[in-house]
Design a binder for this molecule. Structure first.
Ligand SMILES: Cc1ncc(COP(=O)(O)O)c(C=O)c1O
Length: 516
């Protein structure tokens, strides 16, 4: 496939700094690309042209004919007098960046280069290998000190299909739809993107398996990760077992108690689970510290769209399969796009996973729901976008819950995976440019929504996504009849069953969910 492309005109000015303009071109959306680019502008600061071409298996710069996979930064020229501007893929407006000690920078650059190569490498993305031959090669690679490049046996596409179980269904929730109809029998149609049906029970595995493949591609043998609700820990431990990588998961002791079933699963999957005093934020700090101590051998597998570049972009990219499938399935089901997409917001991975595909479709409303804990004014919440202020945390600039001295305010939520004082830079940016709307839901509303979905649809959602379901009560009343609403059902709630049971016992004395 040959394709040259020009991206001026296809990007509105408002989005000029949003990820990279070129990812909006057909070529790059096909390849799922978002490169750090040198973009050529003329004197009046107008982007002049791009000079990329692609063949079936190699992306090349027309000018040099050098395969792009050997270049860190692709140079574009128009042959005239130009000003070169670096579009840094790690910046989302004033958010993002790399705020880390110098020792880490080169490591992050290596990771970024490898990620950029992998995302555009058909071998990594779509081609399947001769498994029998590579099984032998793989054995050789892992049992000798040979460090080659033939690490992944399956392509990402094949792994997502056969191991993770994609594509996940776009499910029409008939009874939930009926429940929210008004007295005239009118209301929106509610669909669930069933990420809870993924292997491991949540969206987290989409990113975990892809990054574990990247770790192997980079020759790393040890993977480190931090987890809160345990879903990322389970996804990472499973991916590491499958790819024969050593796995260490750090988890706050408070979260271990609240999500003990996931902690046990991680151990069954062969991970070493290390308790850290505190919650997810403390486990993340410790994981980064641990990583810095073993940079040559370890791979830090980020589970959500926060942290220094390229972590947020990488996680979003590997989760964007959710939105891509949603678009295709919506087209098959009703011949159009969703009108409204709703997702819960912890730090951003499931929300961006479904939002990203629709960011440029301005007729699609994107709604993120944060945890208001015991109340948005109670001081016990995790509503970073609603109440946070801009600051730097865990290596990037974004909205943060912080006091007047810039110290982190401890978050709270019944949904352990929402319990983080920050949020990713890309979501912070979508809030700033008003492309996405954000609202909050308190613990009790989430618990009630969990119960409602159990009884109406026979689906037990994770308490994190129960926040998104809870918001439907307010949203549906405002929508015209027949509006197509898609909720990203990011995970299932086995891990939360005990907490919900205790809550219901307080209400009903027998813990039985009431019939609506
Ligand atoms: C099922 C589920 N949904 C949502 C989240 C929130 O994380 P994120 O905002 O990265 O999707 C988590 C976090 O653990 C989770 O387990």
């Amino acid at each position: 496939m040959a394709c040259s492309n020009s991206f001026h005109g296809c990007v509105s000015f408002r989005y000029e700094n949003y990820c990279s303009p070129i990812c909006k071109s057909k070529l790059f959306s096909y390849l799922n690309c978002n490169w750090p680019l040198t973009v050529v502008k003329n004197k009046s600061s107008k982007v002049v042209r791009s000079v990329l071409s692609i063949t079936q298996d190699t992306l090349t710069s027309k000018e040099t004919n050098i395969p792009v996979r050997r270049l860190d930064i692709l140079r574009l020229t128009d042959g005239g007098e130009t000003e070169q501007v670096l579009f840094n893929a790690g910046k989302f407006g004033r958010f993002g960046g790399i705020f880390v000690p110098e020792t880490l920078v080169s490591c992050l650059k290596k990771l970024e280069a490898e990620f950029n190569m992998a995302r555009c490498d058909p071998e990594f993305q779509v081609n399947s290998f001769n498994y029998d031959f590579l099984k032998f090669l793989d054995f050789y690679v892992w049992n000798t000190s040979f460090s080659g490049t033939f690490y992944h046996l399956w392509s990402l596409q094949q792994t997502l299909r056969d191991y993770v179980g994609r594509e996940t269904p776009l499910y029409f929730a008939q009874r939930l739809t009926d429940y929210y109809k008004n007295c005239m029998g009118e209301g929106p149609e509610i669909y669930l993107k069933r990420e809870d049906l993924n292997h491991g029970g949540a969206h987290k595995i989409n990113n975990a398996i892809a990054q574990a493949m990247l770790a192997r591609r980079m020759g790393r043998k040890r993977v480190l990760a931090a987890t809160g609700a345990g879903q990322h820990g389970v996804g990472t431990a499973a991916a590491c077992a499958k790819l024969s990588l050593d796995c260490t998961i750090l988890m706050g002791n408070v979260d271990m108690e609240r999500q003990s079933s996931n902690m046990v699963l991680m151990k069954h999957l062969g991970a070493q689970v290390i308790p850290i005093e505190g919650t997810f934020k403390d486990a993340t700090s410790e994981a980064i510290r641990n990583w810095v101590g073993d940079l040559d051998n370890s791979y830090y597998l980020s589970g959500t769209a926060v942290g220094p570049h390229p972590c947020p972009s990488m996680v979003r990219e590997f989760q964007s399969v959710i939105g891509k499938e949603t678009r295709k399935q919506a087209m098959e089901k009703w011949g159009g796009k969703p009108d409204v997409v709703v997702a819960c917001v912890g730090s951003g991975s499931n929300a961006l996973g479904i939002f990203h595909e629709f960011v440029r479709d301005e007729d699609v409303r994107l709604i993120g729901i944060e945890a208001a804990g015991t109340g948005i004014d109670s001081g016990k919440h995790s509503a970073t976008l609603a109440k946070g202020e801009i600051g730097v945390y865990h290596g990037a600039r974004s909205y943060l819950l912080q006091d007047d001295d810039g110290q982190i305010i401890g978050p709270h939520s019944i949904g352990v995976g929402l319990h983080y004082p920050g949020v990713g830079p890309e979501l912070s940016f979508l809030k700033d440019i008003e492309r996405a709307e954000f609202y909050t839901v308190i613990d009790k509303e989430a618990l009630d929504a969990y119960a409602l979905l159990c009884r109406l649809e026979g689906i037990f959602p994770a308490l994190e996504v129960a926040h998104a379901f809870a918001y439907l009560g307010r949203l549906c009343k405002t929508l015209p009849n027949g509006t197509k609403v898609v909720v990203n059902c990011s995970g299932r709630g086995d891990k939360d069953a005990d907490v919900v049971f205790k809550h219901l016992q307080e209400q009903t004395s027998d813990g039985i969910i009431p019939i609506f």
